[in-house]
Design a protein around this ligand. Structure first.
Ligand SMILES: Cc1cc2nc3c(=O)[nH]c(=O)nc-3n(C[C@H](O)[C@H](O)[C@H](O)COP(=O)(O)O)c2cc1C
Length: 233
């Protein structure tokens, strides 16, 4: 690659990485299956331990997506499935603080008072209709594998989001689906060993919606990385 090529690639790749944000409001425009297959094909270049590729993706659209969404909202309201906490309790302070900061910004952007539980519940339920996106993705892993393989799946998930963003599509990764594995497994006819890890909304985002502009700051590099024995200071 020439220096010019490198500069161009850096601009484009960094631009896509930095511009991606979780999108939680979508236009009704359908996403062609061919485009989604292209996204999944390029995303499958993700590395995995010994190239085991321990991922399975279920893409759902149309009437099937509506039926799955309705079943998930029902299951959420019935509240009979065991809870599936996303975090340990108690969550160590530094993470709890970031979680609180996110919640504050999120609900402020939505114009929802954090003490207004009915509105918060309504917003949470939107997870299960994939925030109105025309495509829902469910990512599963073979439950016989060890936790290390979940890292491989995570790399695929990130690649899907980046490949989608590069094509003007928006996404939102969602762990909320994990609790509802039995409902999803029934609707999507999972094979015996498949376990729901997360879902993802995918579609053309409505960029004008404030919910799609939630700012989520990142820790500076010096806070999460250490550098030893580099020649430059
Ligand atoms: C593994 C994972 C699970 C997530 N689950 C949810 C979810 O269930 N619902 C939701 O609205 N957002 C979910 N998110 C989105 C995060 O809130 C979001 O990535 C984070 O606040 C950073 O914002 P950004 O994606 O816009 O950069 C999830 C993100 C990840 C990586």
């Amino acid at each position: 690659m020439t220096q010019g090529d490198i500069a161009h690639t850096t601009r484009v790749v960094d631009g896509v990485l930095r511009a991606r944000r979780s999108q939680r409001a979508y236009k009704p425009d359908p996403v062609p299956r061919s485009l989604l297959e292209e996204v999944l094909d390029v995303a499958s270049s993700a590395p995995s331990n010994s190239n085991t590729q321990p991922w399975q993706v279920h893409a759902v659209a149309g009437a099937h997506l509506a039926a799955l969404g309705a079943a998930l909202v029902r299951a959420c309201r019935d509240n009979t499935l065991p809870p599936s906490p996303h975090f340990p309790d108690p969550l160590p302070d530094e993470y709890a603080q970031r979680q609180r900061d996110f919640g504050t910004t999120y609900y402020k952007t939505l114009g929802v008072d954090v003490a207004d539980m009915p509105s918060r519940i309504r917003q949470t339920e939107k997870n299960f209709v994939f925030f109105g996106a025309p495509v829902g993705l469910i990512f599963t892993i073979d439950r016989r594998l060890a936790p290390h393989s979940w890292l491989d799946l995570g790399l695929l998930v990130q690649n899907v989001m980046i490949a989608a963003a590069a094509r003007g599509l928006g996404t939102c990764p969602q762990v909320s689906f994990a609790r509802f594995h039995p409902v999803i497994a029934r609707h999507l006819a999972f094979t015996e060993y498949e376990l729901t890890v997360c879902g993802m909304s995918l579609g053309y985002p409505d960029r004008d919606m404030p919910v799609n502009q939630v700012a989520t700051p990142r820790r500076p590099v010096h806070e999460f990385a250490s550098f030893q024995h580099f020649a430059d200071p």
